[in-house]
Design a protein around this ligand. Structure first.
Ligand SMILES: CC(C)(COP(=O)([O-])OP(=O)([O-])OC[C@H]1O[C@@H](n2cnc3c(N)ncnc32)[C@H](O)[C@@H]1OP(=O)([O-])[O-])[C@@H](O)C(=O)NCCC(=O)NCCSC(=O)C[C@@](C)(O)CC(=O)[O-]
Length: 258
C-alpha cells in the first residue's frame, strides 16, 4: 500500500491536517486529493475537533494540481473535477480552518488557502496564480479567490501569473499575516487560542452567516467554472504547458499566437 500523503492528528480540540508529499511539493495528486477530502470529512464529523489547521511538510505548502499526473490522464479525467469538492469542504466546514504556510503556494494551492478562514504564512513564502503559464485557467479557484481581491489586483495577478511575496499577499487580502519563519508556530497558536474562545455553535452559525454573501452556495459557480477549467485542461495548449513543465523548459505558445 502506498504511504499516506495526508495525516490528521487531534490535540486539545485542534485537528492538524498535514499535507505530506514533499517530493512533488504537495501537488494535488489523485491520492492526496482523496486523502485530504477524507481528513476534512473526519474533522467535521469528529465532535472533539473545534478547529482545523491545514499544515504541510517540506518546503512548499501546495503546488496546485499535479501537472505530471494530469498530463498522463485522459482528457475526461484529469482530476480537476475533484478540486471544487476540496475547496467547498474547507469553505463549508462548520469549524474554523487556519491555513499555515511555511512556504509557497501556487494555483490550486491558493484555492485551498482562499477557502480557509485564516491564512498565515512565513515571510519568505511566495505565491502565484501561475495557471496561464501552464495553458490552463484559474477558473475553479476564482470562486473563492476573487471575493478576496480587488479587480485591479485580480487582473494583474491572474493574467501575468507573476510571483508575489507574502507582504503583497497580506496587502491584497489573501493572507491575514506574514511573520518570520521562526514565529509561524506562535502566530498560528495565537489565532488558534482566539478561535478556541468562541462557542462552537456560535462559530458554526457565524461561518454560515459569512457564507450568506453567497446565498446560493458555491455549487452554481463551481459548475460553470469547472466546465471552463476542464475544457482548458484538455486543450493542446495545456498539453504543451504540462509537457514543458515535466521537461523543465519554457513552453512554446508560438503555434497559438498567430
Ligand atoms: C511550487 C514551486 C514554486 C516549488 O519550487 P521548488 O521548491 O524549487 O521545487 P521544484 O520546482 O524543483 O520541484 C520539485 C519537484 O516537485 C515537482 N513538482 C512541483 N510542482 C509540481 C506540480 N504542480 N505537479 C507535479 N509535480 C510538481 C517538480 O516537477 C520536481 O520534481 P522532480 O524534478 O524533482 O522529479 C515549483 O515547483 C512550481 O512552480 N511548480 C508548479 C506550480 C504550478 O504551475 N502549478 C499549476 C497547477 S495548475 C492548477 O492548480 C489549476 C487550477 C486548480 O488552479 C485550475 C482552476 O482553478 O480551475
Amino acid at each position: 500500500m502506498a504511504d499516506e500523503l495526508v495525516h490528521r492528528e487531534v490535540d486539545n480540540g485542534v485537528a492538524t491536517i498535514t499535507l505530506d508529499s514533499p517530493h512533488n511539493r504537495n501537488a494535488l495528486s489523485a491520492q492526496l486529493r482523496g486523502e485530504l477530502l477524507g481528513a476534512l470529512d473526519d474533522s467535521t464529523a469528529d465532535d472533539s475537533t473545534r478547529l482545523i489547521v491545514l499544515d504541510h511538510t517540506g518546503p512548499v505548502f501546495c503546488a496546485g494540481m499535479d501537472l505530471k499526473e494530469s498530463r498522463s490522464e485522459s482528457a475526461e479525467n484529469q482530476g480537476i473535477n475533484e478540486v471544487p469538492r476540496l475547496v467547498e469542504r474547507i469553505w463549508n466546514s462548520p469549524k474554523p480552518v487556519v491555513a499555515k504556510l511555511a512556504g509557497p503556494a501556487r494555483a490550486g494551492g491558493l484555492g485551498l488557502v482562499s477557502a480557509a478562514d485564516i491564512a498565515v504564512a512565513a515571510e519568505e513564502a511566495t505565491f502565484a496564480f501561475s495557471e496561464v503559464r501552464i495553458g490552463v485557467v484559474p477558473a475553479v479557484i476564482s470562486v473563492t479567490v476573487l471575493p478576496l481581491l480587488r479587480a485591479r489586483q485580480a487582473h494583474e495577478l491572474f493574467l501575468t501569473g507573476e510571483t508575489f511575496d507574502a507582504r503583497r499577499a497580506v496587502d491584497i487580502g489573501l493572507l491575514n499575516s506574514a511573520v518570520p519563519a521562526d514565529r509561524l508556530e506562535t502566530e498560528v497558536a495565537r489565532y488558534s487560542e482566539m478561535l478556541a474562545k468562541g462557542a462552537p455553535n456560535a462559530l458554526a452559525a457565524t461561518k454560515e452567516m459569512l457564507r450568506t454573501s453567497r446565498p446560493e452556495g458555491l455549487e452554481t459557480d463551481f459548475a460553470n467554472m469547472l466546465e471552463l477549467s476542464a475544457h482548458h485542461f484538455a486543450s493542446e495548449e495545456a498539453a504543451e504547458g504540462m509537457r514543458a513543465f515535466a521537461e523543465k523548459r519554457a513552453p512554446s505558445w508560438a503555434q497559438w499566437s498567430e
